[in-house]
Design a protein around this ligand. Structure first.
Ligand SMILES: *Cc1c(COP(=O)(O)O)cnc(C)c1O
Length: 343
């Protein structure tokens, strides 16, 4: 299939991840269930990258990673505060509630797909009686579901509110690297130094074959976590094939280069279409997604011409995701079509 914009997981694995995967197969037999030398090495590398002694786990996908972290943070009667566009609330089929045995999500509104301290405080302080779930965690997505990025100041402000109200902070980092290169900060600054207790470090959309890493900065939350992984069917027996490809991403800044390229493709798209007459750009693109408000005939003509993209934001919003391997020529061809249809 030709290159597309429906999701950044339409792309395959990057050569460096593939090379690490193949190499992990060439060392012969290894111990199973995550006590192999590859998994050890990747965990150490992640601790180096984050400059702290964190606990690291590997799971098959983001839904499991988010849900299991939130389950570790919440009892069944607790609630998680998230944005109304959050993946955990819209695209995980109730998994966060399921894995925690009943905790609920409290969705807040906020400009540009972002939670604000005020919106959080409003939800935390709305009720304090026994008849309403007790807020116990904040979940934020970096970069967000609408292609924007929280600044460090915004993250720190949310971290401060969390501390004040006794809430854990979970970060859904399905597109963590995209935000990192936009801000030009260190992984530590964007996480534990800003008050994040646990992170889903996204690999799949960055060039891995499969799998996300779970990083606990608050190690108390990782207590007995391995049992949760096993019980939920997320403990890979040949763990090395999920962990080893991470080495390919994390050596020589491959993960950052992949993310930077994807972000640049989004900017290339944005710059060519932002001034077209019949197009409204819905959010300032700060990562690798561009959201366009397109008239129905334009949308349908693009689909008829074979372009793939989703249109699930609001009534008319169209999402164009740029992957790590997207070619500039693909962006240009889409822009040619948009120019023809919208000027
Ligand atoms: C893609 C994505 C995930 C992970 O989804 P899975 O399909 O479960 O791997 C999580 N959060 C966000 C914001 C995403 O875009």
């Amino acid at each position: 299939m030709s290159q597309q914009f429906a999701s950044d997981n339409a792309a395959g694995m990057c050569p460096e991840a593939l090379a690490a995967f193949v190499k992990a197969n060439e060392t012969g037999h290894e111990d199973a269930y995550g006590v192999d030398s590859w998994t050890d090495k990747v965990c150490d590398r992640i601790r180096e990258v984050f400059e702290t002694d964190c606990e690291v786990f590997f799971v098959f996908n983001g839904t499991a990673a988010n849900s299991l972290i939130l389950a570790a943070m919440c009892q069944s009667y607790h609630a998680v505060i998230c944005h109304e566009k959050a993946h955990i609330d819209n695209d995980e089929c109730g998994a966060p509630g399921f894995f925690s045995g009943g905790s609920t999500l409290l969705a807040a509104q906020g400009e540009n797909g972002k939670l604000t301290p005020d919106a959080i405080v409003e939800l935390v302080t709305k009720r304090d009686d026994i008849h309403y779930p007790k807020a116990k965690a904040i979940s934020l997505t970096q970069s967000t579901e609408v292609g924007t990025v929280y600044s460090i100041e915004e993250l720190v402000a949310i971290g401060d509110v969390a501390k004040k109200h006794g809430l854990h902070v979970h970060m859904d980092g399905a597109r963590f690297a995209n935000a990192l290169v936009t801000l030009g900060v260190t992984p530590a600054q964007m996480t534990w130094k800003a008050g994040v207790d646990a992170l889903v470090l996204g690999g799949t959309k960055n060039g891995l074959p499969v799998g996300e890493a779970i990083v606990f900065f608050d190690k108390d939350l990782a207590h007995d976590f391995a049992y949760r992984l096993k019980q939920s069917g997320q403990l890979a027996s040949k763990m090395r094939f999920i962990s080893a490809p991470w080495l390919g991403l994390l050596e020589n800044d491959v993960w950052l280069n992949n993310a930077r390229h994807a972000n640049e493709m989004a900017q290339r798209l944005y710059n060519r279409v932002k001034d077209l007459k019949d197009i409204r750009v819905m959010f300032e693109p700060q990562a690798n997604g561009v959201f366009l408000d397109l008239d129905k005939p334009v949308r349908e003509e693009l689909w008829a011409r074979g372009w793939k993209f989703y249109s699930f934001i609001g009534a008319r919003g169209c999402r164009f995701m740029c992957s790590w391997d997207l070619q500039p020529q693909t962006v240009d061809r889409l822009c040619d079509d948009l120019e023809e249809l919208c000027s």
